[in-house]
Design a protein around this ligand. Structure first.
Ligand SMILES: O=P(O)(O)O[C@H]1O[C@H](CO)[C@@H](O)[C@H]1O
Ligand SMILES: O=c1cc[nH]c(=O)[nH]1
Length: 233
């Protein structure tokens, strides 16, 4: 592969955090004897044995649609058949607190990557994986559309206001690209997010603290692994 240089076998099922540090934390949290199989381009990837005794791969996508699309294309070429993005997001609706979970039924294609890959206004997640995420998360997750953007620091607040008015629950930067590549290549994919940022009335950002981010990451991994069929320890 051009970007992923695997040094071990990959599992057919994969968790996709954006952050390489979350890939390492999840490998340590979810896997027995995790092996790093890729560090090329800083895209840390691990495979190990999950709680059900079967292999699970955890591969970071990096930030943004272009990097995520490369990673998902190459993972599918390497034999991956099911994928769940496990990411952070900014809340677009009132009532969310740091660490709250959001299951994306669909992603608004507000990014260049998914549009370049032929996405219409929204890209749907796989219904079976969404149902599995709902079951794994219990009552503890909001379910709906999220917006995927290319801009973490967006100079135009009207965009987020429009997504919020349209009912989007949260904003992040890879879901539409991951779902669009998966749809084009014919594999089921879904997206589970944890709220890392909330916004005040003037758009002022409140960021989750480091401990909360670590705990939210572990919860993302536990729920998404369960949705992929991994019994939690
Ligand atoms: O926490 P991850 O998965 O990286 O996701 C979110 O965090 C990054 C921005 O801080 C973007 O990648 C965004 O989508
Ligand atoms: O506000 C946020 C938080 C996480 N990820 C994003 O893309 N935006």
């Amino acid at each position: 592969m051009i970007h992923l240089h695997p040094t071990t076998e990959l599992a057919p099922r994969v968790l996709l955090p954006g952050d390489p540090g979350r890939a390492l934390a999840l490998a340590q949290h979810l896997l027995e004897k995790p092996l790093m199989f890729n560090h090329n381009r800083g895209l840390w990837g691990y495979t190990g044995t999950a709680a059900d005794g079967l292999p699970l791969t955890i591969q970071s996508t990096g930030m943004g649609g272009p990097s995520a699309a490369i990673v998902v294309e190459e993972l599918i070429d390497l034999g991956v058949t099911r994928a769940i993005r496990v990411g952070t997001c900014g809340a677009l609706q009132p009532g969310f607190a740091h660490g709250d979970l959001v299951i994306a039924e669909a992603a608004l294609a507000e990014d260049g990557t998914s549009r370049g890959l032929g996405a219409a206004d929204t890209v749907a997640a796989d219904a079976g994986l969404v149902a599995a995420l709902r079951a794994a998360a219990g009552d503890g997750a909001a379910v709906g559309a999220v917006a995927t953007t290319d801009l973490f620091y967006d100079p135009d607040p009207a965009r987020a206001a429009r997504w919020a008015e349209g009912g989007a629950l949260a904003v992040e930067m890879e879901a539409a690209a991951v779902l669009q590549v998966a749809a084009r290549r014919g594999i089921p994919a879904a997206v589970l997010l944890a709220v890392s940022d909330t916004f005040g009335p003037e758009g002022e950002r409140s960021r989750i603290d480091e401990d909360g981010l670590l705990r939210a990451g572990e919860r993302l991994g536990e729920v998404a692994a369960a949705a992929l069929g991994v019994a939690t320890r």
